[in-house]
Design a binder for this molecule. Structure first.
Ligand SMILES: N[C@@H](CCC(=O)N[C@@H](CS)C(=O)NCC(=O)O)C(=O)O
Length: 307
């Protein structure tokens, strides 16, 4: 059974049984709006039959998604997403600037994953089309026609293309419908900015320690301390937010990587971080974007250590 739960500022999820989820066809759906359809009441969406998964077998289960009323207010068929194949040098370009909003990603890129998670958590699967690019064999038209920086992520929206993951997650939150992913509280907003600016230092700290230059614990101690700042939830700002989204793809990679390379468990002695990872893995919008940890570790070891 899978579920998304949330209010306008938070999304949590009860699906940990399929960490690598691939939707592969459309299903008829029914949405039940409870009588007390207030901000705190839930909306249940029953999928029948459940979507099959490429990594595990859950086809006989009824799939229940629970989203709060602020996320959806009408009864409708909810599309089930099929992840498209990555476009490579042999692929034709999409009809760029035809008014479609497209998110160009790579399935392996943590920066792109941030924006993909944001899109999912805001319920924008129908509004923003995923266009995965095979980066090692990318099509020439991507640089020439879509994004001259030749990187992912990039968002094609309103006949423009914009990039940079941290800008994009804020852009999606500000310019699109769906639950707000930054709280209004000024103290939380200020802390969000601080944590968002630390993301590249966090990454370089971990990568430096893997190469043997720096103390491996320091970047994770920073996260543990940050997670202690607000006590009204297990996430960086208490409730789930863009800050969690910014760190999730990196912790997803670094946790198995440092365990493999350094035999270092980032959760030992860090109960807040352990609980954060556990809670994060209950969020459907995130778990749908996860990759096989072995694949991530192999790719990073090659990139960072050349092995
Ligand atoms: N600062 C950028 C970094 C994006 C980035 O470096 N993306 C990588 C893939 S993970 C990329 O597209 N690299 C281009 C290349 O491989 O040539 C962001 O936050 O969006």
């Amino acid at each position: 059974m899978a579920a998304i739960n949330g209010n306008c500022n938070s999304i949590s999820h009860c699906n940990v049984d399929r960490p690598f989820l691939l939707f592969s066809s459309n299903y008829s759906t029914s949405i039940r709006i409870p009588p007390n359809n207030t901000k705190s009441s839930s909306l249940s969406i029953l999928f029948s039959p459940p979507p099959p998964c490429c990594f595990c077998s859950t086809t006989n289960k009824t799939r229940v998604i629970t989203a709060f009323a602020s996320m959806a207010t009408t009864t409708s068929n909810v599309p089930v997403e099929e992840l498209p194949p990555a476009l490579d040098s042999t692929s034709e370009p999409p009809s760029i600037f035809d008014g479609t909003t497209r998110l160009y990603i790579s399935y392996m890129c943590p920066y792109a994953q941030r924006v993909w998670i944001t899109r999912n958590c805001k319920g924008l699967q129908e509004k923003i089309k995923l266009v995965p690019i095979d980066l090692p064999n990318r099509p020439d038209w991507y640089k020439e026609k879509v994004y001259p920086a030749n990187k992912v992520p990039a968002l094609e929206h309103n006949y423009e293309v914009i990039g940079e993951s941290l800008d994009l997650i804020k852009y999606l939150d500000t310019n699109f419908e769906g639950p707000a992913l930054l709280p209004n509280d000024p103290a939380k907003r200020e802390f969000a900015e601080e944590l968002l600016s630390y993301t590249s230092e966090f990454s370089s700290g971990v990568v430096g320690s893997i190469k043997g230059d720096t103390n491996i614990g320091a970047p994770f101690d920073y996260l543990e301390a940050a997670l202690s700042k607000f006590s009204d939830g297990p996430f960086f700002l208490g409730e789930f937010s863009l800050v969690d989204i910014a760190y999730a793809p990196f912790v997803e990679r670094y946790q198995p990587l440092v365990l493999d390379v350094k035999k270092y468990d980032i959760t030992t002695g860090r109960p807040k971080l352990a609980s954060w990872i556990e809670e994060l893995n209950k969020i459907d919008g995130y778990t749908q974007t996860k990759r096989d940890p072995a694949e991530l570790v192999a790719s990073l070891k090659k990139r960072i250590l050349g092995i």
